[in-house]
Write a protein that binds this ligand. Structure first.
Ligand code: HSE
Length: 438
């Protein structure tokens, strides 16, 4: 059978990893694809010593790859928005299939890109964009296609998980761990995408679309980062039998769909709570299958290249088949119009940490505020004050820690505002959502 010729654009961490996997595993890849897969051209602004391209046609003009008549599949690994979008649309216009690891591009411009691809009868594959080496797109679009998906929840940013793990296990400083994640090639070009949850929100947007067949709508994804997580909360969470993870959660109910990324406390007994370091994990609950858990490395050259190359092999296998026989981009032929719920409408349990003056009646006041709003307390701890908690005027500040049962977010917002307004409350109330994942 005729070989499939690919053009790789971008030779950074993932580009060089892809080049190396395609080269080193060429024999097995050919056996799997049923045809040879040849790297016809590489488009990169500069060489990368991690990949030996000395026997490959390398151009400094990535757009040359998108228009190269020899090339069947353009692999977009440059990242970012504008140039990547231009490149992908140009490749599609020239009748090329596209493989990308660019979740930002798919989450924010996927609708336009898929429409262009469908009009041209080509495919855009994006497995590598979500959870690195875990084949979650394939699992949701194909392996779990029989199910009505009820919910999914995932640790879908390797950098963030690496930071939280190192903070918990070694008491390391946030900035120091982030620097190491950058050196290891885990972090985005702009690492605030990792720590502020934007990268996870891109991935969750895509996962929810392929889980429920809803349009891509990054703009409706609630996003909260991990930069506000303190060592104190990490320790209190452990004492209560929970782990703090940066979680992407999407749940379908009669009211609509949750689409939210935020720090969350997970019972330590749930397997997903033990997923540490750069590993990612996604739980998917389907009506027929029940709970499933997918885990693996979520970032880095090898794992991401594994997903990129799997997509190339998939394309190579089906390249001669009619477009209608390929899996639809979002896994559904038609999109559903179920609305994404505003964050105020979601329902979950909460952890609250309230710095309060150690005075008679404070706990009673807090309990009254909660009970007046129908918020049921599950656990309550008042921590012994430390030396630092004794103020100059002799007043003592104690940390009141609460776990609540499930309640609507807007009711909790109102309760937090009322607690915050108490004269005994000293500083901000910390709120972390608690996810039992059932
Ligand atoms: N910066 C991303 C992460 C890379 O840390 O998960 C993989 O998408």
């Amino acid at each position: 059978m005729k070989a499939v010729k690919v053009g790789i654009c971008g030779l950074g961490t993932v580009g060089s990893g892809t080049f190396n996997v395609l080269t080193q595993n060429a024999q097995d890849i050919t056996r799997r694809a049923g045809r040879e897969i040849i790297i016809q051209q590489v488009g990169a602004r500069r060489d990368n010593p991690a990949a030996d391209t000395s026997n490959t046609d390398v151009t400094r003009d990535i757009f040359e790859v998108a228009t190269n008549p020899e090339i069947d599949v353009v692999v977009e690994l440059i990242g970012g928005y504008d140039i990547a979008k231009k490149l992908v649309l140009l490749a599609i216009e020239n009748g090329k299939h596209v493989v990308t690891a660019n979740k930002a591009l798919i989450a924010e411009h996927g609708t336009e890109i898929f429409a262009a691809a469908e009009a041209k009868g080509v495919s855009v594959m994006f497995e590598a964009g979500i959870a690195g080496g875990i084949p979650i797109v394939k699992a949701l679009r194909e392996g779990l296609a029989a199910n009505k998906i009820n919910w999914l929840a995932g640790i879908i940013n390797g950098t963030g998980n690496f930071i939280l793990t190192e903070m918990r296990d070694k008491g390391r400083d946030f900035a120091d761990v982030l620097k190491e994640a950058q050196e290891l090639g885990y972090a985005e070009a702009d690492p605030t995408f990792d720590v502020e949850g934007i990268d996870a929100a891109h991935k969750l947007t895509i996962l929810a679309s392929i889980a429920y067949g809803i349009p891509l709508q990054f703009e409706n994804c609630y996003c909260e980062g991990i930069s506000g997580i303190t060592q104190e909360d990490v320790e209190y969470a452990e004492e209560l039998g929970y782990r703090i993870k940066h979680l992407g959660v999407s749940r379908r109910s009669e009211k609509g769909i949750d689409l939210r990324v935020h720090p969350a406390m997970i019972p330590e007994k749930r397997s997903i709570a033990t997923i540490d370091g750069v590993l990612n994990a996604i739980m998917v609950n389907g009506d027929a299958v029940g709970d499933t858990l997918f885990s693996g490395p979520g970032a880095g050259a090898g794992p991401t290249a594994s997903a990129v190359v799997a997509d190339i092999i998939d394309l190579a296998r089906s390249i001669d088949a009619p477009a209608a026989s390929r899996v639809h981009h979002l896994g559904f032929k038609d999109v559903d119009d179920t609305q994404v719920l505003p964050i105020e409408e979601i329902e979950t349990a909460y952890y609250l940490r309230i710095p309060a003056l150690d005075k008679t009646g404070v706990l009673a006041k807090i309990a009254t505020i909660l009970s007046e709003r129908g918020i049921n307390i599950e656990a309550l701890i008042q921590k012994e004050p430390l030396e630092k908690d004794v103020k100059d005027d002799g007043d003592v500040v104690v940390q009141v820690i609460l776990l609540t049962h499930t309640i609507q977010e807007k009711i909790m917002n109102d309760a937090i505002a009322a607690i915050q307004a108490l004269e005994e409350t000293q500083g901000d109330v910390t709120r972390i959502r608690v996810e039992h994942l059932v």
